[in-house]
Ligand binder design. Structure first.
Ligand code: PDD
Length: 279
């Protein structure tokens, strides 16, 4: 596989980043994951807009402009022959002596991109649905910034697996914030799609906003508000959204089946139409 590091395209085993990189030492970095479908990037512009927002919130600067970033994404997709999968992009504050104080301005950021093949359309979870468990949301309080400090989401996912489930839904103040790496939704008994409003508590998902716009276009009602795990358990349907999972049904929460315990056809239809719209 060919990867990109700071201006160079290299075989993955020849690519290197400094041991003093602040991404490595402080998780001082941000990332984006852009989906590749039919060899094409999905929603690239919005991913780059969120990247700049994340960088801005952390006073980080990147010398590479969006046209160059687009060219790098396309080059990697082409060189690695990706038809379905993703492009991962990471920017860190660069390498400097270990210090809690940020390095001098002018320290170049580290920019890394790589691709991953992944069967997205035929993912088993799309057909069978996900089983999730609720766990406390112990992440920091700026989840709107897409940083690489992903230890708690990783721990939560492991705990979910230990409990025989697929993933975790995180709870704070009695309400669901989001999934470990997705936004959380339900369909209520009035056929309204419900997902938590944007704030520092959740990541502003690119798929979340695309699904919201698409659902409204299709004449569905969408409400942005918090909900409890009990409301989700009693809902008509529950699902998650993320770049690589699109819309994926949740069929069980804390061992309790949602609806009849199978993906609701309305959600499967939303997924399929949304994917068609994205290609
Ligand atoms: N995760 N919330 C969290 C905490 C996430 O990590 C993600 C994405 C989302 C969905 O955002 P989007 O629709 O823009 O992908 C919500 C990515 C895919 C990841 O870490 O792999």
């Amino acid at each position: 596989r060919t990867v990109y590091v700071n201006g160079d395209y290299l075989p993955e085993n020849e690519a290197h980043v400094s041991v003093f990189d602040r991404g490595f030492l402080f998780a001082d970095g941000v990332y984006e994951v852009t989906t590749v479908l039919d060899g094409r990037l999905v929603d690239f512009g919005n991913h780059m807009a969120r990247l700049h927002r994340s960088l801005g919130e952390l006073d980080m600067t990147l010398a590479t402009d969006d046209n160059e970033l687009l060219a790098i994404h396309r080059e990697l997709v082409q060189r690695n022959g990706v038809d379905q999968g993703l492009v991962y992009l990471q920017v860190t504050r660069g390498a400097a002596d270990r210090d809690f104080v940020y390095p001098a301005t002018g320290t170049p950021a580290t920019l890394v991109l790589f691709t991953q093949h992944k069967p997205l359309l035929d993912a088993p979870a799309a057909r069978d649905g996900l089983r999730v468990v609720s766990l406390p949301d112990l992440r920091w309080n700026r989840r709107d910034i897409k940083t690489v400090q992903l230890l708690y989401p990783s721990m939560a996912k492991m705990e979910a697996k230990r409990r025989g489930a697929d993933d975790a839904w995180l709870i704070e103040g009695g309400q669901v914030t989001e999934g470990s790496s997705s936004n959380a939704w339900l369909l209520d008994h009035e056929d309204t799609l419900v997902t938590r409003a944007l704030s520092h508590s959740i990541l502003p998902g690119i798929t979340r906003s695309a699904v919201m716009a698409f659902a409204e276009e299709q004449g569905m009602r969408v409400e942005e508000r918090g909900f409890t795990i009990d409301e989700a358990k009693a809902a008509r349907a529950a699902f998650v959204t993320s770049a690589t999972s699109f819309v994926t049904p949740v069929v069980e929460i804390d061992g309790q089946p949602i609806g009849d315990g199978r993906p609701l056809p309305a959600i499967t239809r939303l997924r399929e139409r949304f994917i068609e719209e994205s290609r």
